[in-house]
Write a protein that binds this ligand. Structure first.
Ligand code: FAD
Length: 588
């Protein structure tokens, strides 16, 4: 059982050891051999994230990066100056092996473990994960789509485990005219007679702007205008081959609400050296004997590989904030007194904390679900439906966890009362940072529309529903009522999705948000039932079953009268189990 009253503060704790639910997720998603391997590394990283990284994050937020555009002689240098607190954390992550995991430990790193590391890091500082996540994303794109020369030149930088040899990655897509719609991208790529490429154009949101390796979209001269079919994917190195500054002019750093650690800038490419990674789809189509073979190829599609990986990262950012806010709120509520009792002894506060943890665990179920399929896909041992499942759970988890980050930050802030609103308590920064994640890597509307697109184009819909039905079929008898209800709900969403898919796109789009939210609820609930079955069978512990029951009751059987007058007081009576993780022998 976790004794929050014994903690002075969340910072300084080992965030893995104080999170029995993360431990359960690792038990559920890792094989026995991987679990043994993961345990000491999670303990080590839990101490680092909850200790030095969390402490420095507060300092960095108050001392954000600044741009030194000119040197003392007035020559343009475009240097971004970081506070030592940010650099120390980056160094710790590089030396921990964050970017060279497989090489450092000489073995495959299971996806659930890397997701857990990211989750722990995001509890401290989501902006750091943004900077670091884009590095991993750039490495992955170059590994899969780059030339041999690009792999040899850039991967050692992006995958270094020594600070002096490390270089980070970034992706610049968004232009002034918009980020959701990339069709109008106006950055131009010109190829010189010697075959080398030069870029000219403006990029409007460039996070981690001082990265060493930037992936960007540009339209080669002559490629179709106004459509993503005409976009190529280019690599822009920070320095030209002769070591001089490349034509990347940082006009200014944005004055952001949150995520201040990572410098986000407006940039102009001026006669900027670039390397082609993937040609525009229009180009591939014209060169292929059968143009349909170019479907799913081209510059934007390769860029979307990175965007999808980043979307899973942003989902973990929202989740990390949700967990941090729950932990902070739980500790505060065990210390702060009102009317002669600790806050956590008051029934309505118990309901607030229980609601927070139920929502947290539901979102976590969704975020960790694709890790197994991703592992199988990378080992080329995929089960039927794995790729489609990853395709649809990615936008669903981003949608849900990013929103829960904002909601739990709001709820947690209120647990602190007026102090929550004050910057020298921990909650204000969390709320400021959380607000970014519903926008980054696709706004809520755009990811909801992406769920619909995955159903239209990638057959994810049938894969998702059959996986949900299979999972439910093996769920525990103790949750028979919830399983019945969920089975009916899956049938209803199946019907509704078929109806939406038969509509014209204007009418279907109108319904995309509702449909995605409903699916996220059903998926989360089904996955909670699955975890509940695991914990009941292995540990005879009904805590997770109670979490699943409460989630179903709140989201899928919302009976407002029952919430007010029924006999179920479990949020108060089973508070020890739900919030302090005491095992529960019998499901009430
Ligand atoms: C802090 C921060 C850092 C960022 N870093 C980067 C970065 O490193 N690289 C990068 O490329 N971008 C970056 N972005 C940009 C981000 O990806 C975009 O802001 C995002 O994709 C949305 O684009 P937009 O801001 O142009 O909004 P718009 O595209 O103008 O959208 C405005 C609103 O319209 C809605 N909307 C748009 N189209 C539709 C539609 N068809 N149906 C319904 N609603 C619609 C959107 O949901 C949104 O609510 C960053 C943004 C922020 C805030």
């Amino acid at each position: 059982m976790i004794d929050y009253s014994s903690f002075e503060s969340a910072v300084g704790l080992n965030w893995y050891e104080t999170d029995p639910h993360l431990q359960l997720l690792m038990d559920r998603h890792l094989t026995v051999g991987d679990r043994d391997f993961a345990e000491p590394l999670l303990k080590e990283f839990g101490a680092l994230a909850g200790g030095a990284i969390a402490e420095r994050a507060e300092m960095t937020d108050k001392n954000p990066p600044r741009l030194e555009r000119y040197d003392r002689w007035g020559d343009e240098v475009g240097d971004v100056v970081h506070h030592p607190s940010a650099l120390d954390t980056k160094r710790d992550l590089v030396e921990f092996g964050f970017f060279a995991l497989e090489r450092k430990w000489g073995r495959r790193i299971p996806q659930p473990l890397s997701a857990a590391w990211a989750y722990l890091l995001c509890q401290a500082e989501t902006a750091m994960h943004c900077a670091m996540g884009m590095t991993t994303g750039a490495a992955s794109v170059i590994e899969h789509a780059g030339t041999d020369e690009q792999r040899d030149r850039y991967l050692p930088l992006l995958m270094a485990d020594e600070w002096d040899h490390f270089g980070s990655g970034a992706m610049f897509l968004t232009e002034r005219q918009g980020g959701s719609d990339l069709g109008p991208v106006s950055t131009v790529a010109r190829q010189r007679d010697d075959g080398a490429w030069r870029l000219d154009g403006d990029k409007w949101f460039c996070s981690n702007v001082d990265a060493d390796v930037i992936l960007t979209l540009a339209r080669p001269e002559g490629a179709p205008e106004g459509t993503t079919r005409g976009l190529g994917l280019f690599l822009v190195p920070r320095r030209r081959r002769d070591g001089s500054r490349n034509g990347i002019v940082i006009k200014r750093l944005k004055d952001k609400l949150g995520t201040r650690m990572v410098p986000t800038a407006e940039v102009t490419f001026v006669d900027c050296d670039a390397e082609l990674v993937t040609a525009p789809r229009s180009d591939l189509e014209s060169r292929a004997s059968d143009p349909s073979t170019a479907r799913g190829e081209g510059g934007l599609n390769r860029m979307m590989d990175m965007v999808n990986a980043s979307r899973r990262g942003v989902a973990l950012m929202g989740l990390g904030i949700a967990r941090r806010c729950f932990l902070e709120a739980a500790i505060y509520a065990h210390h702060r007194q009102a009317f002669d009792r600790p806050l956590c002894d008051w029934p309505l506060m118990r309901r607030v904390l229980v609601n927070m943890i139920v929502e947290l665990e539901a979102a976590a179920a969704l975020c960790f679900e694709p890790t197994g399929a991703l592992d199988r896909l990378s080992r080329k041992e995929a089960k039927r439906g794995d790729a489609e499942l990853v395709r649809v759970i990615t936008p669903l988890s981003k949608l849900r966890a990013a929103r829960r980050g904002v909601e739990l930050a709001t709820a947690g802030l209120e647990v602190f009362g007026g102090n929550g609103y004050i910057e020298n308590f921990p909650m204000a920064r969390q709320l400021r940072d959380a607000q970014c994640h519903t926008i980054w890597e696709g706004t809520e509307n755009i990811v909801a529309l992406d769920v619909l697109r995955s159903f239209r184009r990638d057959a994810s819909y049938t894969a998702l529903l059959s996986r949900l039905r299979e999972t439910l079929a093996t769920g525990p008898d103790a949750l028979a009522r919830e399983k019945n209800l969920l089975a009916g709900e899956i049938d209803r969403v199946d019907d509704a999705t078929a109806a939406v898919l038969s509509m014209n796109s204007e009418r279907a789009d109108l319904r995309a948000g509702e449909l995605a939210a409903w699916l996220a609820d059903i998926c989360s609930a089904t996955l909670l039932v699955d975890t509940a079955g695991f914990a009941l069978e292995r540990d005879h512990d009904a805590r997770s079953a109670l979490v699943a029951r409460l989630y179903v009751r709140h989201h899928l059987a919302p009976d407002r009268r029952a919430r007010v007058v029924d006999d179920d007081d479990s949020e108060a009576t089973h508070f020890d189990s739900l919030v302090r993780y005491a095992p529960l022998e019998v499901l009430p």
